[in-house]
Design a protein around this ligand. Sequence first.
Ligand code: HEM
Length: 316
Amino acid sequence: MANLGWLASLAAAVVVVALRSPFATAQLRPGYYASICPNLETIVRNSVRQSMAQSQISAGATLRLFFHDCAVRGCDASVMIVNSNGDDEWGSPDDQSLKPQGFQTVLDAKAAVDKDPQCRYKVSCADILALAARESVVQSGGPYYQVELGRYDGKVSTKSSVVLPHVDFNLDKLNGFFSGLGLSQTDMIALSGGHTMGAADCSFFQSRIGTDPTMDSGFAAQLRGTCTSSQSSAFLDPTPLGFDNSYYKNLQGGRGLLGSDQVLYTDPRSRGTVNYYASNQGTFFYDFTVAMTKLGRVGVKTAADGEIRRDCRYTN
Ligand code: HEM
């Protein structure tokens, strides 16, 4: 009996901790829509395939959109809300560079889901974005992982709520930001591997060219040739359409594009993990799926404070 009493108080303590945690995730599970919309994953998979065939940049744009959604107000698709007065997350300077192809990928997937009478208006935009981000990774050659589902869509989106990491962040600042989301330094380094896809405008790294001693001189010369106009951009790694570990190999050679990428190798406290991922793609893939799952749990809404949006751009 004494043992049972001990167990009961432990269970009570766990419940209290779970209720207090800002990252409470009780309602998320991979099979959430199994009876509500059994073909959900296939529908999203096929829709993302079409989006990627239409535009090569849609996969990277969708993955980045998921990060910007989860990091601001949680994974609630608030990043997709368009407010008529312009006061929404997309209106903030940090979100202006999100590419329309990411939004379009999610809108098209939502339309495909809602075409199925069983699923119509029953699957949240937040969950479709989470699935579309996974598909973007998988269909670019990256790892598969089960996506936990059951998020509700947020009802609020404002410019002022957008706080995101910047390219001039050092390791402490990067860690500070990600720990605010409940993510570790390892999670942060693995998620930064998302920069194995896509490109960045020259404005984000131009100030490093010729001034940052951690940038390889040949790479600096190459970028000088690339950034000839304010519209120019460069790929984040040499294989911008493929999801692989070349991002980390690139950092070892001083060829990281953003300051916040290169600092992961420059700082001795994170260099070991970069080296490990550079030589073990399997470990990077595994850690990336763990970190994406943790990112997907941030600030999840429930029926009490969310809704299932009919149009991902507008609250119901
Ligand atoms: C660690 C802090 C991070 C910083 C400072 C950062 C910053 C940036 C910047 C400045 C760009 C270029 C935007 C442009 O010119 O259009 C970019 C692109 C991108 N970011 Fe990040 N990012 C960070 C973390 C992440 C994470 C965690 C992910 C996802 C797991 C991610 C995924 C991407 C992708 C896929 C692109 C390419 C987008 C495209 O080509 O449309 N980033 N990021």
